[in-house]
Design a protein around this ligand. Sequence first.
Ligand code: 5MM
Length: 335
Amino acid sequence: MSELNKIALKILEKGRGILAADESNGTMTKRLEGVKILSTPENRLLFRETLFSASGMTKYIGGVILYDETIRQKTSKNRMIPELISEMGSTPGIKVDTGAKVLAGSPNEKITEGLDGLRERLKEYYKLGARFTKWRGVYSISKNYPSKLSIQSNAHALARYSALVQETNMVPIVEPELLMDGEHSSRECFSKTSEVIKKCFEELILHKVDLKGILLKPNMILSGNKSKDKISNEEVAKLTLKCLKNSVPSEVPGIAFLSGGQSEIEATENLDLINKYNDTDFIMSFSYGRALQQSALKYWSKDIHNSEGSQQIFNHRAKMNALAAQGKWSKDLEN
Ligand code: 5MM
């Protein structure tokens, strides 16, 4: 077993999943202002340290994706954040893309940037303690989108990124996110997600990426948030499994879904059903941002120096998702 494969499997072992705490300062500011907290480096750190030192980290969270600011910060006990994460038994990771910008040639779409100077940045992140990384390609769904241009160029960027990350002995998370925004049906989400993921693997193979040493972070197959096509959670799970079975090579050790704007319970329930129906060899777990943090953040904002209550809420969500990652969740466990 290669070193990268071991890291990937360790992150998702025994129902563990990933905490996506890699909001850029712009996104984190929106989240904090949403609960009336000033977005300062100190407050961003305080909230994140509260989560990273919660007891649920040890059993349920195998990896934490950090943002550049956070990986360089020190905790209140004067330890580096990656050290705290490792001491909690989890693996530190880092978002290395520099964001999605307007795609030249198709101005309604986005291309993710960050390849220039990436090899040098990766060496620094490794020294800071990161053992895995993340890069997110973003696609919107409508009649003409995602275009061939966006599918091709984002897949190319994801593959070049992955090759560089593996060269630095870290596991790349490949995240192609087809957004839930819009009127599209679940069928459209299915066909476009399949096309995007297939193209990603075509490029990953072309760039000689070791597929046993990556993790895939896809969206689930959902209908758009403005769509009239309402489907059941069972259908979401079955369509998601069908899509992944047809488009992900069997060497890939694990899949960790993004929550993409689903409510906390919805994201847990869908993951649970995916695992109840899972007839593949892929580990199917979570890499949630909002669906792990929302309620904890709301509670924390009432008294930011009292960490206990928000840690309890976070521990509960982490546990529920870890159960869902093994198909062992049920609604009554929520109370
Ligand atoms: C944590 O949010 C990340 C967004 O970062 P930006 O500030 O650069 O947009 C995002 O990539 C996240 O990791 C995934 O979308 C998963 O988060 P959700 O909330 O969709 O589970």
